[in-house]
Design a protein around this ligand. Structure first.
Ligand SMILES: Cc1cc2nc3c(=O)[nH]c(=O)nc-3n(C[C@H](O)[C@H](O)[C@H](O)COP(=O)(O)OP(=O)(O)OC[C@H]3O[C@@H](n4cnc5c(N)ncnc54)[C@H](O)[C@@H]3O)c2cc1C
Length: 468
C-alpha cells in the first residue's frame, strides 16, 4: 500500500492545476492542491475572462457609433469605469467560487498556502508551517508579467494585472509591447476614450502572426486613432508633477497618466525548490517536459504556462487533464499541440489557426493563397470605414488547407470552427463543396474560388560537372 499522504499534490490552482486535480480525484486519487492567491489563476482573475469582459464593454463604443447609421439617437450616452471594473471583479470572484466548489465536489483537498518542493516526494506548505508527502507532484504555477529592468523608473509602470483594478481611467496611456495583450488593452482603452500610444521595439506588431494580419491590425489601430510606434524602445519613465513622462531611445517624449508594460510573461519557476530536486529548466526559465508532461524527475510533472509550450488556457486545461488521465485513468495521454486556434481580441479582432503564409512557404513546395478582402454589409450602412480580411493557405500538391487567418467581425468565432476542418484534414475542395450561409461574413470562407498567389518553390538543379 502507498504510504504517502497524497497520490497527487498539485501546486497552483489555475486552469491547468484545477483541471488536473478534479480529473485525478474523480479517478479515485487522493489529491491536494495548493494555492497562495485566489483560486482560478490568471485566466479567471487577471487574464482571458476579465479581459474579454472589457472587450465586450469596448464593443459598445463601436455599436453606439454604428447605430446612428441604422437610425438610433445616442445623445447623452456615457461610460462609467468604476461600474465596469466592479461588475467584472464581482463576476471573476463568483467564477473563483465555482472553481472552489468544483474542487470540493470532485473530492480534492484545497490548501490555501504557498507550496515549495522539499524533495521528490515531499512538499512544504509555507503558510501552514508543515510538510506533506505525495506519490506524484504536479507543478502548475503559471506565470506573471515580465518587467524590463533596463527601463529607468520601471516601478512607475503598471502591468496587465493592475489594469483590472485601476481607480480611474487615465486621460492618456502608453502601452509598451506588440503582442496580443498589448493590442487588446490598446483597443479597450482607445474605445473608452483614453488617448493611446503603443511603443513596440519590433518592426511590426504581432510577431508570429500572418504578415497580412499584422499589417492590417497595425493600419486599423492607427485608423482608429491609436498612435503606433514601432522600432523604438522605452528608455525611462519619470514623474513631472502632472503625470508620467515616458521617453524612448529614439527621443520621443510621451506624456501619460499610466504606462502599461505588456512585454511578455515569465514562468513562476523561482523559489519553488526546482534546483534542489533536480527539475531541469530551459534557457527561457520554463520547465522542460516530455510529451507526457513529465519533467526530468520521474514522479514530477508540469503543465500550463510554467512549461515551454503554448501559453493559452485551453492548452493548459488539456495538459492538466492529460496528466491526470496518464497517472490515474489508465490512459497514457499526449496533448496534440498542432493547429491550435488563437485570437487577438483587438478592435477589430483577429482569429487564426494553422500555418501562416510564411511558414507554409518555408515547409511546402507549392502553396496557393486565397484572400477575401471586403467591407461587411453591416459597415456599409454604419458608415464604418473598415474592411475584413479572410485568408486561406492551401498546400497546392495535396489541396489540404494548412492555415486560416481573419481580421474583422466574428474572426475569433470563425477560427474556432475552421480549426475543426483543419484538424480533420479538410481540402480546399471540401471548402468549395460547402454551401455558403448567406448573408454572413464567414460565407466568404467557402466562396474564394481563385488563388491570389500560386507559390512554387524554386527547383534547385544539381551543379553542372566542372569542364575537363
Ligand atoms: C491579460 C491576459 C489575457 C489573456 N487572454 C487569454 C485568452 O484570451 N485566451 C487564452 O487562451 N489565454 C489567455 N491568456 C493566457 C492564460 O490566462 C494562461 O495561459 C492560463 O491562465 C495559464 O494557466 P496555468 O494554470 O498554467 O497558470 P495560472 O492560471 O497562472 O495559475 C497558476 C496558479 O499557481 C499559483 N501559484 C504560483 N506559485 C505557487 C506556489 N508556489 N504555491 C501555490 N500556488 C502557487 C498562482 O497564484 C496561480 O493561481 C491571457 C493571459 C493574460 C495575462
Amino acid at each position: 500500500m502507498d504510504t504517502h499522504d497524497f497520490d497527487l499534490f498539485v501546486i497552483g490552482a489555475g486552469s491547468a492545476g484545477v483541471r488536473a486535480a478534479r480529473v485525478a480525484a474523480r479517478h479515485g486519487a487522493r489529491v491536494a492542491i495548493a494555492e497562495d492567491d485566489k483560486v482560478g489563476g490568471t485566466c479567471v482573475l487577471r487574464g482571458c475572462v476579465p479581459k474579454k469582459l472589457f472587450v465586450h464593454a469596448a464593443h459598445f463604443a463601436d455599436e453606439l457609433e454604428d447605430s446612428v447609421g441604422f437610425g438610433w439617437t445616442t445623445k447623452g450616452v456615457s461610460f462609467d469605469w468604476p461600474t465596469l471594473r466592479d461588475n467584472v471583479t464581482a463576476d471573476t470572484d463568483w467564477l473563483s467560487g465555482v472553481y472552489i466548489r468544483n474542487l470540493e465536489k470532485a473530492g480534492a483537498e484545497l490548501i490555501r498556502s504557498r507550496a515549495v518542493i522539499e524533495d521528490a516526494h515531499r512538499v512544504r506548505l509555507v503558510g501552514e508551517d508543515r510538510s506533506v508527502t505525495t506519490r506524484y507532484i504536479l507543478i502548475a504555477t503559471g506565470g506573471r508579467p515580465d518587467l524590463d529592468r533596463m527601463i529607468g523608473g520601471v516601478e512607475r509602470a503598471i502591468v496587465s494585472d493592475d489594469v483590472f483594478h485601476l481607480r480611474q481611467l487615465p486621460r492618456r496611456i502608453v502601452i509598451v509591447g506588440g503582442g496580443y495583450v498589448a493590442l487588446e488593452f490598446a483597443g479597450v482603452f482607445n474605445a473608452f476614450g483614453v488617448e493611446t500610444t503603443i511603443v513596440h521595439r519590433g518592426a511590426e506588431l504581432l510577431r508570429g502572426f500572418d504578415a497580412d494580419i499584422r499589417k492590417s491590425v497595425h493600419a486599423t489601430l492607427q485608423h482608429r486613432g491609436v498612435d503606433v510606434i514601432c522600432g523604438d524602445k522605452l528608455a525611462r519613465i519619470e514623474e513631472d508633477g502632472r503625470g508620467l513622462v515616458a521617453t524612448t531611445h529614439g527621443g520621443r517624449r510621451l506624456e501619460a497618466g499610466e504606462v502599461l508594460l505588456a512585454i511578455g510573461r515569465l514562468p513562476n519557476t523561482e523559489g519553488i525548490g526546482l534546483e534542489k530536486v533536480g527539475v531541469v529548466v530551459g534557457a527561457d526559465r520554463r520547465i522542460a517536459v516530455n510529451e507526457y508532461c513529465r519533467t526530468s524527475v520521474e514522479n514530477i510533472y508540469a503543465v500550463g504556462d510554467v512549461t515551454n509550450r503554448f501559453q493559452l488556457t485551453p492548452v493548459a486545461i488539456r495538459e492538466g487533464e492529460a496528466v491526470a488521465e496518464t497517472l490515474f485513468g489508465g490512459r497514457p495521454t499526449v496533448v496534440d499541440h498542432a493547429a491550435i486556434p488563437t485570437a487577438v481580441f483587438s478592435q477589430p479582432e483577429v482569429g487564426t489557426v494553422g500555418l501562416t503564409e510564411e511558414a507554409a512557404k518555408a515547409a511546402h513546395a507549392a502553396v496557393d493563397i486565397y484572400k477575401a478582402n471586403f467591407k461587411p454589409l453591416h459597415h456599409r450602412v454604419a458608415g464604418r470605414d473598415e474592411r475584413m480580411l479572410l485568408k486561406l493557405v492551401v498546400d497546392a500538391q495535396t489541396d489540404i488547407v494548412l492555415g486560416f487567418h481573419a481580421i474583422g467581425l466574428g474572426a475569433a468565432e470563425m477560427a474556432q470552427l475552421v480549426a475543426v476542418a483543419i484538424k480533420a484534414g479538410a481540402t480546399k475542395a471540401d471548402f468549395d463543396a460547402t454551401v455558403a450561409l448567406h448573408p454572413t461574413q464567414s460565407e466568404e470562407i467557402v466562396t474564394m474560388r481563385s488563388p491570389v498567389e500560386r507559390y512554387r518553390a524554386p527547383i534547385s538543379l544539381p551543379e553542372p560537372a566542372p569542364a575537363k
